[in-house]
Design a protein around this ligand. Structure first.
Ligand code: FE2
Length: 267
């Protein structure tokens, strides 16, 4: 395939004082690479959230499946798929309810997830609703500590669960992160202007892809600062660079734009 060095002028990372409905629409449409709101959370709520987060029972991913160590709290639907791309419902709901109870016990005040959802809802003009399965709200906010990096990968609910999962139908998916601890160096998030195509499977590695899959693609890289909020379209391949020291901890969830123009959230 011929390669060109011409750049897409719209595929940029923009800094904004607040998220806007246009940001959300452009990310959903896939033209914009990322929107960052510096200081989305002030230092005090970050510190409070981190203290409370340390009371959460974090678990490691299975090292056989995820070779880079990622500590997490809260179930991600993607980890509860059976071989046919269907939800292992028993296991998922058990873990979701356990996580909800632990979240309550941790007494997170202010709650970064609630703050983030409220502000994104204001930007959109309607409250963000939880994604539901059979009328039941799925777990909507995870905590991820990623110090050893994350492989190049993409997230796309419609591919992960091809027969559908939620009561709502998702047209576009966005990833939200807000950092409550950041390393002094490293830990950049990179988003490539590349969506999955069948030929990418030759570069498969564990849960993601080898760097060759995106080596000729335009990209943006952002190094998180404390309190930064970040939105991007995770259908674009993305990765996290390791940080040699320090802790890189974010609250994270996905947003979906539905066929009825609603924003829904899940993890
Ligand atoms: Fe991701």
């Amino acid at each position: 395939m011929p390669r060109t060095t011409a750049l897409d002028p719209l595929f940029t990372a923009v800094d904004s004082a607040a998220f806007t409905d246009r940001n959300l629409a452009n990310l959903a449409a896939g033209t914009l690479a990322a929107v960052r709101v510096p200081g989305f959370l002030d230092a005090a709520p970050c510190a409070a959230a981190l203290t409370a987060a340390n009371r959460l029972p974090a678990a490691d991913y299975d090292p056989a499946r995820v070779p880079t160590r990622i500590v997490r709290f809260g179930p991600a639907l993607n980890d509860y798929r059976d071989q046919d791309g269907r939800l292992d419902a028993g296991r998922y709901w058990h873990d979701a309810e356990t996580a909800r109870a632990a979240w309550q016990r941790a007494g997170m005040r202010p709650d970064p997830i609630a703050i983030s959802l409220a502000r994104l809802g204001s930007a959109w003009g309607a409250a963000v609703a939880p994604a539901t399965i059979g009328g039941r709200a799925v777990f909507g906010g995870t905590l991820r500590e990623i110090n050893a990096g994350a492989l190049v990968h993409y997230d796309d609910l419609n591919r992960e669960f091809p027969t559908g999962l939620f009561d709502q139908e998702v047209l576009a998916q966005l990833a939200f992160n807000v950092w409550v601890a950041v390393p002094a160096t490293g830990g950049a998030t990179t988003v490539w202007r590349h969506r999955w195509e069948p030929a990418d499977e030759q570069h498969r590695q564990a849960y993601g892809y080898r760097p060759e899959a995106v080596e000729h693609c335009q990209r943006v890289s952002l190094t998180p600062q404390l309190g930064d909020g970040l939105l991007f379209n995770p259908a674009n391949f993305h990765a996290v660079e390791p940080n040699p020291t320090g802790r890189r901890i974010a609250f994270a969830f996905f947003l979906g734009l539905t066929t009825t123009g609603q924003l829904i959230a899940w993890s």
